[in-house]
Design a protein around this ligand. Sequence first.
Ligand SMILES: [Zn+2]
Length: 297
Amino acid sequence: MSPDKNKRELDLSAFPPGNVTGYSTLVCLACTFDIFTVQLGLAPRTAYSEIRKYSPTIAELTAPKATPPFFDSEEQNPHCPYCNAAKRWHARVDTYRIEGSKTTDAARRKLIKSLPQKDNQFQVIEAKTDKRATFFDWLDTLGHNLDIDDDSWLIETTRAYLGRAEPKNDWSEIFKDVRTVRPSRPLEQGWEKAGARLFLSPLVYSEVLIVQYLVSRSHVHGGRTFEGRLTLQDLVHRLRYRGYLDAKEISRGDQFEVLDQLIETVAGGSGNVKVYYIVDRRGFLEKVKSVYARYAA
Ligand SMILES: [Zn+2]
């Protein structure tokens, strides 16, 4: 679920879109108050102050599938799947993950400094994560935002990938009038724009094919790319032909070993990357207060 659009959203416009991932989850305060008052036997007032201090883990806040007392729902008026409580008992928690890098460090410090400190309305958590995991999260978000039945998704994927690989450029401006994307052999690296056409060096073009394959692949049908529907074998064959495997020193092996190395390359190598989670607890704190008022009454 994407963060609530009509609430005071954080201004994240200073960050390249490929470096920020948003998560949103609901927590049932009826369930939570029950745990504290019934199971732990606390008085409502004590339960209230304990719940205000409660900080969910990053795993709870960002899990693809929520675990109790959290739940996900796309419905306008959801009910808690555990106790059936109505919407007025639910609090939403939005979490933003910013990938650390030279491009984002200054903007991140500025953003964090600007957040109100009172009552832990925001919580900032630093963590390290595997580059590959970060890449798959990005790919997941990209997949959710694409309409694969509309052919423009191929160009959209190109823009998203370049945005991730070269975050300093203003890709939405560059892509504004791009109608076609083509590989260009004379281009040794990067890209070049000529009117409505965008030319990519063979290596960049290859990486775009890999991302298109990964974002659209299914077990039965392979993946869809600028070069049509490709099985993994077709993809590997084309990348070899374009010189990508040699350039990236990807050793020969079976196609799944090759795929594994391709993923590592487009993910930006092996190893860890620093990430910063910003947890927006404002809605949670307000809701805990109003639920407590109802609870204590
Ligand atoms: Zn509940």
